[in-house]
Design a binder for this molecule. Structure first.
Ligand code: SF4
Ligand code: SF4
Length: 219
């Protein structure tokens, strides 16, 4: 599986091609033939990681309805920390990662991302993988500082867009802060799949200008 140097196509709806592309045009990794075989287990690769999956991306996966991807999502929704903002690692997963330490990256099956497809030996939500995964390049001539900045900016955009979607669905900014702090579902808890579908639709309906205004900075 070829990994082009860009966000998942879904994200370009709002973000366009990543600025970092200008520096690395034409470079790509082949994740199907992992470049880090000597460092990471071939059946885990760099996916001993638990990314934040924003609410609108969860909705996009439901909307597409691909059975294999849906199975992965439904299973993750039962084990992860799920709130109206999206899906994150559970406290148990975080404790395990902290217990196992940094040496476990690429080595510990227990830390494998719930979206990893073990049969295909690749990401099971490739088309919808979050920015942190799309942006991760294990081999790069760019400085770590530049990658870090790029990753932080994608994380911020995802986290903020997930908030924007909740505002658009009627929550106040204070209520959204409560969601972020406690995972409170307010009136959305009865039909979570329907809720995430609405997040996707709401996200898609945001124009570039609205997103810029809501984010308070230029994407
Ligand atoms: S990004 Fe991950 S899967 Fe892709 S080549 Fe690098 S370590 Fe392997
Ligand atoms: S979402 Fe995909 S690329 Fe990201 S850690 Fe999970 S399996 Fe790997």
């Amino acid at each position: 599986m070829r990994k082009p140097l860009r966000y998942a196509p879904f994200y370009e709806r709002w973000l366009g091609p990543p600025p970092i592309l200008e520096d690395r045009l034409g470079e790509a990794l082949d994740c199907g033939d992992c470049a880090m075989k000597e460092r990471y287990r071939a059946d885990l690769k760099c996916c001993t990681f638990f990314p934040f999956l924003p609410n609108f991306v969860i909705g996009a996966i439901f909307h597409e309805g691909h059975p294999a991807t849906l199975n992965k999502l439904r299973s993750a929704l039962t084990t992860a920390n799920v709130s109206p903002l999206g899906l994150r690692a559970s406290e148990g997963w975080k404790e395990l990662r902290s217990t196992l330490g940094v040496e476990a990256f690429g080595q510990a099956t227990e830390l494998l991302c719930p979206f990893f497809d073990r049969l295909e030996n690749n990401c099971g939500i490739w088309k919808f993988r979050p920015g942190v995964c799309a942006n991760y390049f294990c081999r790069s001539s760019l400085s770590p500082h530049k990658w870090k900045k790029s990753e932080e900016s994608i994380n911020l955009v995802e986290w903020t867009l997930a908030h924007c979607v909740l505002w658009e669905l009627g929550l106040t900014k204070d209520e959204t802060d409560v969601v972020a702090a406690t995972g409170e579902w307010f009136e959305f808890g009865d039909d979570k799949e329907g809720f995430f579908r609405r997040c996707y639709e709401k996200g898609l309906s945001l124009s570039d200008r609205e997103v810029e205004e809501l984010l308070g900075f230029e994407t």
